[in-house]
Design a binder for this molecule. Structure first.
Ligand SMILES: CC(C)(COP(=O)(O)OP(=O)(O)OC[C@H]1O[C@@H](n2cnc3c(N)ncnc32)[C@H](O)[C@@H]1OP(=O)(O)O)[C@@H](O)C(=O)NCCC(=O)NCCS
Length: 151
């Protein structure tokens, strides 16, 4: 069965939470994840039938959107699902009128950075010591994408 992207609702939080915890070294709190639903939010899952494989959370305002979270169940990473989610996000937000996209990513997250670059994101800034890390703190790279960039 070909996985497909479908919007998530708060009722599906119990499916999102284990993936959040398994995918991230420093996961969001459950209450932060629970605040990802609403008019200004795009909260979309990648589904194989009734199984949730991954999801993303973004917000949007006027012609700009920020991606706050994207993760794939570690059992199913490197199968192209992160790219499916990112592609869905860019298409959905563009359909809402977005023309500029933002995100922050850990300096050490080479896999995610490679994925974002493939989709036309490029670094526009750096927040020093922004994230907690095993060694203390680590920098956040600020990436931006303009309409028509990348895949
Ligand atoms: C980042 C993440 C969502 C990518 O999902 P995924 O399903 O594994 O990614 P895909 O299989 O779609 O990969 C698409 C491309 O991204 C790049 N990529 C993804 N993971 C990579 C890795 N670990 N190392 C290098 N490149 C990687 C590659 O270019 C890859 O294409 P390829 O497989 O043809 O080489 C996933 O690794 C994840 O959930 N990570 C933990 C959470 C996280 O760090 N989220 C980002 C926070 S900003």
């Amino acid at each position: 069965m070909q996985p497909e992207c479908r919007p998530l609702s708060a009722a599906q939080l119990a499916l999102m939470w284990p993936i959040e915890c398994a995918a991230h070294r420093f996961p969001w709190s459950e209450s932060l994840l629970a605040s990802s639903f609403g008019e200004r939010y795009l909260c979309v899952g990648l589904w194989s039938g009734v199984q949730l494989l991954g999801f993303y959370v973004a917000d949007w305002l006027l012609d700009e959107s920020t991606l706050h979270n994207i993760c794939v169940d570690p059992r199913y990473q490197r199968l192209g699902y992160g790219a499916l989610l990112l592609n869905d996000y860019l298409q959905r937000s563009a359909a809402l009128g977005c023309q500029t996209w933002w995100l922050e990513v850990r300096n050490s997250n080479v896999g995610a950075i490679a994925l974002y670059q493939r989709y036309g994101y490029h670094q526009v800034g750096c927040r020093k010591g922004y994230y907690r890390s095993d060694d203390g703190v680590e920098d956040a790279l600020v990436l931006s994408r303009l309409q028509g960039s990348g895949e």
